[in-house]
Design a protein around this ligand. Structure first.
Ligand code: HEM
Length: 458
């Protein structure tokens, strides 16, 4: 029976066709924004589930409200069990409190040191890439993984290089498989999904991902045995949760933090460099600011000084607005809500599309333009909080958003003070494809030219 169903289904190639529809969602989103996004409410069937998509920023408050903590089942398809991103409200409440200390202001100072250490050697690697068109996808993803593995499991930045490359590949595969599962009506229920051949690939990839994580944990143990650390500030993420969460829970949280903590930032950085490469004027202004705040080759690891870089903050935010990394967020409503005079009943799945919210012409005139001045102190005060949601909104907002912003700023500052960038394609020529994160339809190629004044010492 297994093979008959598998053959039939694979010959219909339903998954692929659903995948294509899903990828065309960008077009759908733009069309749905319409002239008055605040009035827009659309139902999109994602496999067997009708998902109500709300497009105006006013809807964000209602859908991501503190009473709506429950995520749809599809979140678990990325293989993180009850990790924070997917957990049920009761588990989530306890774990969120336990994990928050990993992101305190004091802890961010330690994180900044690791980030800069990695970014410095990342910058040196780029010397081999100057003068030719490159999409730094490989370099950026492994580099952000280095940072998160150091912070979460004390893995030295230059350790386990081959395993890390494999890990990046696995995360990518897990995400692609999850999207395939989300969009295929036959893949929703576990028992039915297991009838299809694809489920074997899906579960095997998750198994490999678990094995790779086990290896990281063994390596951590080995390293700690040889040099035990008893200083509180050297505590990693595993230390923070050990003894407070049972073994499987700790494991799920670790995998969640590693996955969510490097892939999203890497994709965001690629779009950001691409946007800067299309705007030389912005880049020069940014370069001036960075050179003034961080004289010469001053290390970029002082969080207070990074805060002084107002224009850097604007450039990063504007890129996250124009090219949000995460395609959107959804909730299974825990109570009835009224949206644009329509009653949505408890249990409905309701999504908020970040791209639509970020392209609302009423909030962002000329929305497809990369314009960091939207975020100048005088302009930013006019933007409603719910109109900028790259990290989500409400109680389940990204727990790592300050971490991600800091990391993006340190990378950008280091790259911009070392190189000037030119993108090989205009912004509008690259579409955003719906996967777990928005992937570019074409490589985000930039050409890096060294800035002669300080190239050698950074
Ligand atoms: C540019 C980088 C990032 C983007 C765009 C991003 C985006 C998001 C979004 C949109 C959510 C909300 C999901 C929802 O409401 O359903 C989220 C949640 C989450 N993110 Fe991030 N994220 C980024 C970086 C990070 C980093 C660096 C970490 C950890 C170090 C992280 C860990 C998490 C976790 C654990 C959650 C679940 C939070 C909860 O439910 O309490 N993210 N992220």
């Amino acid at each position: 029976m297994d093979s008959i169903i598998s053959q039939k289904i694979s010959s219909w190639d339903i998954g692929r066709r659903f995948g294509q529809i899903f990828q065309n969602l960008t077009e759908f989103t733009y069309r749905a924004i319409g002239s008055n996004p605040l009035q827009s409410l659309q139902i999109l069937w994602i496999s067997i589930f009708p998902v109500v998509f709300a497009f105006g920023h006013e809807a964000v408050e209602l859908v991501l409200h503190k009473k709506n903590l429950k995520k749809p089942k599809a979140y678990t398809f990325i293989g993180i069990g009850d990790g924070l991103l997917a957990s049920e409200p009761e588990v989530w409440k306890v774990r969120r409190k336990l994990i928050e200390p990993f992101f305190t202001t004091k802890k961010m100072r330690d994180h900044a040191k690791h980030m800069y250490e990695e970014v410095k050697s990342f910058g040196q690697q780029l010397d081999g890439e100057v003068g030719k068109p490159v999409d730094l996808v490989h370099q950026i993803h492994t580099s952000t993984l280095n940072i998160i593995l150091k912070a979460t499991a004390s893995i030295p930045l230059d350790d386990l290089s081959e395993d890390k490359e494999r890990y990046v590949e696995l995360v990518n595969k897990v995400e692609k498989n999850a999207v395939k599962r989300v969009v295929n009506p036959f893949y929703q229920l576990d028992w039915m999904f297991k009838l299809f051949k694809f489920s074997q690939v899906y579960y095997k990839t998750i198994k490999n991902f678990e094995k790779a994580t086990d290896k990281i944990l063994s390596r951590r143990k080995q390293l700690l045995k040889s040099s035990p650390s008893n200083e509180t500030e050297n505590q990693d993420f595993v230390d923070l949760l050990e003894g407070k969460v049972e073994r499987q829970g700790l494991y799920n949280e670790l995998v969640t933090l590693i996955g969510a903590g490097h892939e999203t930032t890497a994709v965001a950085l690629r779009w950001l460099l691409f946007n800067l490469g299309n705007h030389l004027d912005v880049q020069e202004k940014l370069y001036q600011e960075i050179s003034e705040v961080f004289l010469g080759d001053t290390p970029l690891n002082d969080t207070d000084k990074i805060k002084e870089c107002i224009y850097l903050d604007q450039c990063v935010k504007e890129s996250l607005r124009l090219n949000p990394t995460v395609v959107g967020v959804s909730r299974e409503l825990e109570e009835d809500i009224i949206l644009n005079d329509t009653k949505l009943i408890k249990g409905s799945i309701c999504g908020v599309a970040s791209l639509a919210v970020h392209h609302d012409p009423n909030v962002y005139p000329n929305p497809t333009k990369y314009d960091p001045d939207r975020w100048s102190p005088e302009n930013a005060s006019k933007i409603p909080k719910t109109a900028f949601i790259p990290f989500g909104y409400g109680p389940r907002i990204c727990i790592g958003y300050r971490y991600a912003m800091l990391e993006l700023k340190i990378y950008t500052a280091q790259i911009i003070r070392k190189f000037s960038l030119r993108s090989t394609r205009p912004h509008g020529s690259v579409s955003m494809l719906y996967e777990v994160t928005f992937q570019p339809s074409l490589p985000l190629e930039i050409i890096m030219t060294p800035r002669n004044n300080n190239q050698s010492n950074l």
